[in-house]
Design a protein around this ligand. Structure first.
Ligand SMILES: CCCCC/C=C/CC(=O)SCCNC(=O)CCNC(=O)[C@H](O)C(C)(C)COP(=O)(O)OP(=O)(O)OC[C@H]1O[C@@H](n2cnc3c(N)ncnc32)[C@H](O)[C@@H]1OP(=O)(O)O
Length: 359
């Protein structure tokens, strides 16, 4: 049920009681939603360039297009309720009020200083990604795309960034057998990668240690990748009887040239952090001892930049590529669906599980 006029009036009064100034961006959003909820779509002429503040307000209102009064009222009420909750929140680490927490504690999502951090939290298993973690990351990215943060970060707990797909995912066979397992894994993989393709805000990987498999391939879809000098980047798909995913069959040749990409994706060459940086996959490498301090200080400074400008700039960069990336993702997922049913793949996974082979 949409918010009533009474809910809306209460929210208007509540705004005046906020303990913290929500900042200009949020105030502009509140203004636009208020105008849309009370007067409908923007119906006044655009102010001239010299009336800068009025023009900014007009732009915000006009950007709501034909959003109905009822929907604007609801969005206004939701926004005020989030602001009230966060201004009452005892800890700056508390998650955004509207964020559904992950199903398992293998993923931890926090929001602080304009940064939403999605942390892989399975250090005993080198942050290998379980099926539930893929689902939780999808949900976390969807929530982060709508929350108040300016930047979103993916990182890992412990000494690894991520050891890629949890190879035991392939051992939980559903009633439909291997074929059904491969079908549902391919659908999940496609949804997972789509979220990275479509993510609207600056997305930063803070690579705190070695990275393997899918955690490496999706780096080509991030805006910025910071790595400790302890990190390495390994895509052993042929060893595992598999093929590239995360759009890497397209992004890697584009980033590092086709022969360097082939050495990684066909032969599983492991790159050091410095090599990955020289080849353009990593933005900057930091000494491990100062990695966390330097990276977070930098991200905190970036998170103060105007969020709308960053979103719009990302949109311009990404839009040109989106259609292509979705097509690549669909193709890679469908090829993997077949690979996962192959003897080569099954044997490789069995070898890992029986501890005969480690990367
Ligand atoms: C929806 C489905 C989408 C699928 C998308 C497809 C993606 C493709 C890929 O991601 S391919 C990459 C898959 N990953 C691997 O092949 C890595 C396998 N792991 C290793 O080779 C090693 O564990 C290591 C090199 C990452 C780390 O070696 P190290 O000696 O430092 O540590 P351990 O081997 O003792 O590991 C500690 C425990 O963690 C478990 N573990 C590590 N990685 C994985 C993994 N990927 N899957 C499952 N389990 C993993 C390891 O078994 C140890 O567990 P234990 O303590 O219980 O023995």
């Amino acid at each position: 049920m949409l918010a009533s006029q009474k809910d809306f009036n209460n929210a208007v009064s509540q705004v005046k009681l906020l303990k913290e100034d929500p900042g200009n961006e949020v105030k502009l959003k509140l203004y636009a939603l208020y105008k849309q909820a009370t007067e409908g779509p923007c119906n006044v002429p655009k102010p001239g360039m010299l009336g800068f503040i009025n023009k900014t307000k007009w732009d915000a209102w006009n950007a709501l297009g034909s959003l109905s009064k009822e929907a604007a009222r609801q969005n206004y009420v939701d926004l005020v309720s989030r602001l009230s909750a966060s201004s009452e929140s005892p800890s700056p680490e508390a998650p955004a009020a509207d964020r559904k927490q992950p199903e398992s504690d293998s993923l931890v999502v926090t929001s602080e200083d304009g940064i939403t951090t999605i942390r892989l939290n399975r250090p005993a298993k080198k942050n290998a990604l379980t099926t539930q973690m893929y689902r939780d990351i999808i949900a976390a990215l969807q929530a982060a795309s709508k929350d108040e943060s300016a930047i979103t970060v993916l990182t890992g707990s412990g000494d690894y960034y991520c050891s890629g797909n949890d190879l035991t995912n392939f051992t939980h066979l559903p009633a439909g057998g291997l074929e059904e397992m491969a079908r549902s894994a391919a659908a999940l993989l496609r949804d997972f990668v789509n979220c990275f393709i479509d993510f609207p805000k600056p997305l930063v990987a803070v690579v705190n240690g070695p990275a393997v498999g899918i955690s490496v391939t999706i780096l080509g879809l991030f805006d910025v990748v910071y790595a400790t000098d302890r990190a390495s980047f390994h895509t052993p798909f042929s060893h595992l009887g598999q093929s590239p995913e995360g759009c890497s069959s397209y992004t890697f040749p584009k980033i590092m040239g086709s022969s360097k990409a082939a050495e990684m994706l066909l032969f599983g060459k492991k790159l050091t952090a410095q090599e990955a940086c020289a080849q353009g996959l990593v933005t900057e490498v930091f000494p491990d001892g100062t990695f966390q301090k330097e990276v977070w200080a930098r991200l905190k400074a970036y998170s103060k930049l105007p969020p709308n400008a960053m979103r719009i700039s990302k949109q311009i960069i990404r839009n040109r590529e989106k259609e292509k990336l979705h097509a690549v993702n669909a193709e890679e997922s469908s090829v993997l669906r077949e690979r996962w049913q192959s003897d080569e793949c099954m044997n490789a996974i069995a070898s890992f599980l029986s501890r005969k082979v480690k990367l």
